[in-house]
Design a protein around this ligand. Structure first.
Ligand SMILES: [Mn+2]
Length: 245
C-alpha cells in the first residue's frame, strides 16, 4: 500500500475515427495520437492509469485496430482500469463482447452494467466503474457506486457522460450531476465524454474530465495526472500534448 499515488487519466481516444485532416488515414492518425499520449504519460511514471471511455470511435473498429490497442495497453508498465464510453458502449454489438480486454494481464475492464470493482492490492487501490449499455437519459454513470471497500487506502471511480452543474438542464443522455460528485465516496473520479478538459472537484472528491488527447477543442489535446497523498489535498494537473500539424 502506498502513501502517495500518482494516477494518469486519459479518455476519448476514438481509435478508428474519421480523420479530419485531408490526405491522412484516420486509422493511422488516431493510433499515432494514442501512442504519443501513452509515451507522454509514461514520462510521469504513474502508478496506474484510468481510461474513462471511448477508446474506440465506434463498436465496429477493425480487428487489426483492436489487436493494436490490446497490444499497446498490455505493453504499458503500469496497471490500467478502463470503462466503455458511449461510442464503444456495451450494446449487443459491443466491441468488448467480441474482444475480452480482461485477457490483458495489466488491464481491468469494468464493463458490468451494474458496476464492478477492480482491486489493485499492491497499490491499496480499489476502482469502481460500470459499462454503459445505452447512451440515454435513464443512464446515470455514477449511480450505484458502493461505499469504500474496507482495507483499501485509495478509492477511485470512473464515469462517462455529460456534466450537469447544480440547476443545470436535465433530459440529456448519461448525466453526471454535480450532486453525484459531491455524494461520491471516491477520492478521485476520472470522467470522460467532454473533449474539453474540465475540473469539477467537490469538497471531499476530486473529479475531472481530462479532455481528449486526439482533439484540440477547449484546452487542447489533453490528459491528466493526479497526485494523491495522505493528509494533502489532491493535485490534478491537465497536461497539453503537442498536436501535430
Ligand atoms: Mn463519449
Amino acid at each position: 500500500m502506498t502513501s502517495n499515488l500518482r494516477i494518469a487519466h486519459c479518455s476519448d481516444i476514438h481509435l478508428d475515427g474519421d480523420s479530419y485532416r485531408d490526405g491522412v488515414d484516420g486509422r493511422d492518425w488516431f493510433r499515432a495520437g494514442f501512442d504519443r499520449t501513452l509515451s507522454a504519460i509514461r514520462g510521469h511514471t504513474p502508478d496506474m492509469m484510468l481510461l474513462a471511455g471511448d477508446l474506440f470511435d465506434s463498436n465496429a473498429p477493425s480487428v487489426e485496430t483492436v489487436n493494436w490497442a490490446m497490444d499497446i495497453l498490455g505493453a504499458q508498465p503500469f496497471p490500467i482500469a478502463m470503462i466503455p464510453g458511449n461510442h464503444d458502449c456495451m450494446a449487443a454489438d459491443s466491441v468488448y463482447h467480441r474482444h475480452d480486454f480482461n485477457r490483458i494481464d495489466n488491464v481491468h475492464m469494468l464493463s458490468a452494467e451494474a458496476g464492478e470493482l477492480a482491486r489493485l492490492d499492491g497499490l491499496g487501490v480499489a476502482v469502481w466503474g460500470k459499462g454503459m449499455v445505452e447512451h440515454a437519459p435513464e443512464y446515470i454513470p455514477l449511480a450505484g457506486c458502493p461505499e469504500r471497500p474496507k482495507g483499501y487506502r485509495w478509492y477511485l471511480g470512473m464515469g462517462h457522460g455529460i456534466h450537469v452543474p447544480h440547476g443545470g438542464s436535465t433530459g440529456r443522455s448519461s448525466q453526471i450531476h454535480m450532486q453525484d460528485i459531491e455524494d461520491s465516496p471516491c477520492d478521485y473520479l476520472a470522467l470522460g465524454h467532454h473533449h474539453a478538459a474540465l475540473e469539477v472537484h467537490a469538497e471531499t472528491t476530486a473529479a475531472a474530465y481530462c479532455g481528449s488527447p486526439t482533439d484540440t477543442v477547449g484546452r487542447g489535446a489533453t490528459y491528466a495526472i493526479i497526485e494523491l497523498a495522505e493528509n494533502t489535498a489532491p493535485g490534478v494537473v491537465i497536461h497539453e500534448l503537442e498536436f501535430p500539424d
